[in-house]
Design a protein around this ligand. Structure first.
Ligand code: NDP
Length: 244
C-alpha cells in the first residue's frame, strides 16, 4: 500500500495553482481529500473531476483568515473521513510592491492569509493529530522565505514566518507530528495576477518567464507524504534551474 493511500489530507488554496495540482496528484494515489478555498465554482469542478477519475474528495468554502471557518474545516474533515493525517497549508497571496508604495492594506492581507491563516490551520488540526499521536503539517513557504529581495519585503517577511512556524512545529513534534517546509521558486500559477504595483508586476513577469509547472511542487509534497512515518522531510527548495 502506498503511504498516500487512504490518508486524509486537507489542502487550503486548492482552487488553483499548486493546491489544485497537488490535489490531483494525491487523489490519483488514493488520498481522501478535503479541499478548501474561497472560489466555490473552482472547488466544485475540481472535486467532481477527481471523483470522475475514481478519487475521493470533498470541499468546503473557507476563507483562511476566518478562524472559526478554519476550525469548522477541520471538524468537518474529521466528521467526514474520521481522522486528519495531513494538513497542507498552501493558501497564500503575493502582492509585491516596494515599501515606498505604502500598500498597507496589502501588507495586512498578506499577514492575515500567509501567516495567520497558516496558524489557524495548525490550531485546528493539532489537537486531532495529538489525539491520533500522528500527523503531518506541510507549509508553503517560498524562496522568498530564504532570502529577502527588494520589492518583496512584506511577502518575504510572511514566508520567513512560515519557515519559522514549520521549524517550531518540528521542534515541538514530540515524535508525533511531521513538519515539512516547502520553498518553491517561480512556478506558473495565478500568484502574480494580483500584483497591483506596475513595476513589481514587470519584475515578476520577467522572473516568471522561466517558471516551472505546478507538478514539480506537487511531486515534492507527495514525496514528503510518501515517506514512512519515522522519516520527516523538513525542507525542500524547488526552483527553476535558470532562476538566480
Ligand atoms: P494561486 O494564486 O494559483 O493559488 C493561491 C490559492 O490560495 C488559491 O487557491 C486561492 O483560492 C487561495 N487563497 C487566497 N486567499 C485565500 C483566503 N483568504 N482563504 C482561502 N484561500 C485563499 O498561487 P500558487 O498556487 O502559486 O500559491 C500557493 C502557495 O504557494 C502560496 O502560499 C504561495 O505563496 C506559494 N508559493 C508560490 C510560488 C509560485 O511561484 N507560484 C513560489 C513560492 C511560494 P481562492 O482565491 O479561491 O480563495
Amino acid at each position: 500500500m502506498s503511504e498516500v493511500q487512504d490518508k486524509v489530507v486537507i489542502i487550503t488554496g486548492a482552487s488553483s495553482g499548486l493546491g489544485e495540482e497537488t490535489a490531483r496528484m494525491l487523489a490519483a494515489k488514493g488520498a481522501k481529500l478535503m479541499l478548501a478555498a474561497r472560489r466555490e465554482d473552482r472547488l466544485k469542478e475540481l472535486t467532481e473531476s477527481i471523483k470522475k477519475d475514481g478519487g475521493q474528495a470533498a470541499y468546503r468554502v473557507v476563507d483562511v483568515t476566518d478562524k472559526a471557518a478554519v476550525q469548522k474545516l477541520a471538524d468537518d474533515t474529521k466528521a467526514e473521513f474520521g481522522r486528519i493525517d495531513v494538513l497542507i497549508n498552501n493558501a497564500g497571496l503575493m502582492p509585491l510592491a516596494p515599501l515606498d508604495a505604502l500598500k498597507v492594506d496589502e501588507w495586512d492581507t498578506m499577514i492575515d492569509v500567509n501567516i495567520k491563516g497558516v496558524l489557524y490551520g495548525v490550531a485546528a488540526v493539532l489537537p486531532v493529530m495529538r489525539e491520533q499521536h500522528v500527523g503531518h503539517i506541510i507549509n508553503l513557504s517560498s524562496v522568498a522565505g530564504q532570502k529577502v529581495f527588494a520589492g518583496g519585503t512584506v511577502y518575504c517577511a510572511t514566508k520567513f514566518a512560515v519557515k519559522a512556524i514549520s521549524e517550531g512545529i518540528r521542534q515541538e513534534s514530540n515524535g508525533e507530528i511531521r513538519a515539512t517546509n516547502i520553498s518553491p521558486g517561480a512556478v506558473a500559477t495565478e500568484l502574480t495576477d494580483h500584483i497591483s504595483d506596475k513595476d513589481a508586476k514587470e519584475m515578476a513577469d520577467s522572473l516568471y518567464s522561466d517558471a516551472i509547472d505546478s507538478a514539480a511542487i506537487a511531486r515534492a509534497i507527495t514525496f514528503a507524504i510518501e515517506q514512512p512515518q519515522q522519516v520527516d522531510v523538513n525542507e525542500m527548495i524547488i526552483r527553476p534551474t535558470k532562476q538566480e
